[in-house]
Design a protein around this ligand. Structure first.
Ligand code: SAH
Length: 233
């Protein structure tokens, strides 16, 4: 049995043709992308690195990392977003990127320790067994490599901001994009990382001001947050 929820993949496939429209349902991903890219590049230094982007979707982060001169592989299990990602890279003339439809756990069997950097953004809250994805990401990183995750925290504020605010009040995301029960507390994610042999390096939170429609990063991890880990050398 694969660690995947077909309904979740269908949600992303149905919207795939709008993935690179910066005013679409994917506007939040486009807006946060420069922020997370900078954080990742500052820590892991992408130039010349072999990078895996897990749950890459239409390739917003994967392609941006390739443009920072990393050799990038993007994987996902949704067919249409991968098609969009391939086409966009082709049109943009980005050649140091490859997309594959393969489960994280299967790639971890195939190529353990291959990647200098593994990123897995806004994906864990869509899979049935996120801890298994964390384990696979850890296996895929080389000793001394970096592993980054981002997801949504689980607390009343996150429910209010990420579901009520984003889906029902501000219409930033389609209703039903996120399911509260699948949100992940930083302490839970940190435990899965430690149990997978990863050492926690740091965390950041993503903030949004609906009046200015601007995002920024801070130390506040109460809603949307990122963590950086290292696999011991
Ligand atoms: N990481 C990208 C896209 C986030 S959207 C970004 O941050 O820009 C979530 C993505 O996770 C979708 O593309 C969806 O197809 C993918 N996904 C959901 N379940 C998955 C699974 N079990 N394996 C791989 N990808 C999955």
């Amino acid at each position: 049995m694969q660690n995947v929820d077909a309904q979740e993949l269908a949600k992303f496939s149905d919207l795939a043709h709008r993935w690179w429209d910066p005013e679409s349902e994917f506007r939040p991903l486009h807006q946060i992308n420069p922020l997370r890219l900078e954080w990742i590049d500052d820590l892991a230094v992408l130039r010349g690195k072999t990078v895996l982007d897990v749950g890459c979707g239409g390739g917003i982060l994967a392609e941006a990392m390739a443009l920072r001169a990393a050799r990038v592989t993007g994987i996902d299990l949704a067919t249409k977003p991968l098609g969009v990602a391939r086409l966009h890279a082709l049109e943009a003339g980005v050649e140091n990127i490859e997309y594959r439809e393969i489960a994280t756990e299967v790639l971890a069997e195939e190529q353990p320790g291959r990647f200098d950097v593994v990123t897995c953004m806004e994906m864990l809250e869509h899979v049935p067994d996120p801890a298994a994805v964390v384990r696979a990401c850890s296996r895929l990183a080389r000793p001394g490599g970096w592993v980054f995750f981002s997801t949504l925290n689980r607390n009343p504020k996150a429910f209010l901001f990420a579901i009520i605010g984003a889906e029902y009040v501000l219409n930033l995301l389609p209703k039903g994009t996120h399911e509260y029960a699948r949100f992940i507390r930083p302490s839970e994610l940190a435990r899965w990382c430690r149990d997978s042999g990863l050492a926690l390096h740091g965390s950041r939170g993503m903030q949004y001001n609906p009046l200015t429609r601007q995002y920024w990063m801070s130390a506040d991890t109460s809603v949307n947050y990122l963590i950086a880990c290292r696999k011991p050398a």
